[in-house]
Design a protein around this ligand. Structure first.
Ligand code: NAP
Length: 389
């Protein structure tokens, strides 16, 4: 049996029949393919709830390495970026991929791909940076290391737990920024066929906590590398509370502020087992918002979306359903953010599930709104849909 307690941030004592830590692509190429079902791919285990022991194989992504290619910014840079990603792929394959360490290992900056074009620019804003990252790199380590090189864009995602390979699967987001906004391409190894497939950002169909990699037919894809397109020009995204009306001299200052906000409000999974936001924010029609406003006044947090609907704050609904700070046995909801379910010590999977069901039933009965987990649920034989559990 393979102990999963240190591979899920809920810190639940669960196990799998077998576990394999993948530190380079060759580990995947050496597997007997198609890989015997059932199997699950894990990054940091920060967005999963194991509802019981898993009878299959768990593959843990620890492919490391970061390579950076500096390119002149162009109005239409898609072609140039694609070739830079391919060049980075070739140049980093031997060195960076084997850098299996907690720290992010950067390869030497690749030469500017088109030096003659680069000569005609003289400021950082004239360049962009194509950053190819091993799927097992910890996202927050990457953000910190990129900022040391003044490469920014991801600072609002600071301190989100998890790995770079897992980040695009649910298109993680925070403080008005989503990882999908910066993705150039994704390389994935198919555990059925042994093929390596490359997806452009458009092919990933990024949406709110969504990409095609969540669909069952893409379940056999192990994301080995993610290529991001970033810049040294700091563009502050500060329309969220806590960031508004503030001056940020650079992306590092923004990162510090985001870290402070998160530390203030969210439990650190190093000390309190949790999987971040347990439920997604519901999207509703204007009549639902009007009904809430009739009950609670105009202070109901809601955000208009492009499709005419409104995003509600799941944490606020849970709070108003009197579920903030709840304790049920060894599980509870976090007092400063009701959207987070926490392991208060020795929680059992069924306790987490029972509390999640209770919260969702309370919100449904009070507001008629269905909450759906953002956290992915894994049972004995693999992933389970919320409505089938
Ligand atoms: P908050 O500021 O109390 O806001 C509650 C919800 O309202 C958020 O979920 C957010 O949606 C939405 N919201 C707030 N201001 C908004 C604005 N100006 N425009 C559009 N939507 C707005 O939330 P919080 O718990 O302190 O979290 C702050 C940020 O960190 C949020 O973006 C949240 O998603 C993120 N976060 C992410 C994770 C994760 O696991 N990925 C965990 C915890 C927090 P969005 O969630 O769509 O941003």
């Amino acid at each position: 049996m393979f102990d999963l307690s240190s591979y899920n941030t809920f810190n639940l004592a669960v196990s799998a029949r077998e576990g394999l830590v993948v530190s380079e692509v060759a580990d995947l190429e050496n597997l007997p393919l198609p890989l015997e079902e059932p199997y699950i791919i894990l990054g940091g285990g920060s967005d999963v709830l194991f509802t019981e022991d898993f009878v299959g194989t768990v593959l843990i992504n620890r492919i490391m390495g970061v390579s950076i290619t500096k390119l002149p910014r162009r109005a239409d840079s898609a072609g140039a970026l694609a070739s830079a990603a391919a060049a980075a792929s070739a140049s980093s394959a031997s060195s960076s991929d084997t850098a299996a360490s907690a720290a992010v290992a950067f390869s030497a900056e690749a030469p500017v791909a088109d030096a003659s074009a680069a000569d005609s620019y003289d400021s950082d804003s004239a360049f962009e940076y194509v950053v190819r990252v091993g799927g097992g790199v910890v996202l927050d380590d990457l953000i910190a290391q990129l900022l040391k090189e003044d490469i920014c864009g991801l600072e609002n995602l600071s301190l989100i737990p998890g790995t770079v390979g897992a980040a695009p699967i649910q298109n993680i987001g925070a403080y008005g920024v989503e990882i999908g906004d910066f993705i150039e391409s994704i390389e994935a190894f198919d555990l059925r066929t042994g093929e390596t497939k490359v997806f452009t950002a458009a092919q990933c169909h990024f949406g709110y906590r969504y990409s095609i990699f969540k669909e069952p037919e893409y379940r056999s894809l192990f994301i080995t590398h993610v290529t991001l397109r970033l810049s040294k020009t700091f563009v502050p995204h500060q329309n969220y509370a806590g960031l508004q009306s503030m001056e940020f001299k650079d992306a590092f200052a923004m990162r510090e502020r985001v870290i402070a906000l998160r530390n203030e409000k969210l439990p650190n999974p190093k000390y309190v087992g949790n999987a971040g936001s347990f439920f997604k924010n519901p999207y509703v029609n204007a009549d639902v918002v009007a009904a809430l406003q009739a009950q609670f006044g105009t202070k109901v947090p809601c955000y208009p979306c492009e499709d005419g609907r409104f995003k509600l704050a799941a944490g606020w609904l849970i709070d108003k359903a009197n579920c903030r700070g709840l304790k049920h046995g060894q599980v509870g909801t976090w007092g400063k953010q009701a959207l987070v379910i926490v392991n208060l010590g020795n929680a059992k999977p069924h306790e987490v599930l029972a509390l999640a069901r209770y919260i969702s039933a309370e919100v449904k009965s009070k507001f008629g709104i269905d909450l759906v987990p953002e956290v992915r649920l894994y049972g004995k034989h693999g992933e389970i849909a919320w409505d089938q559990i």
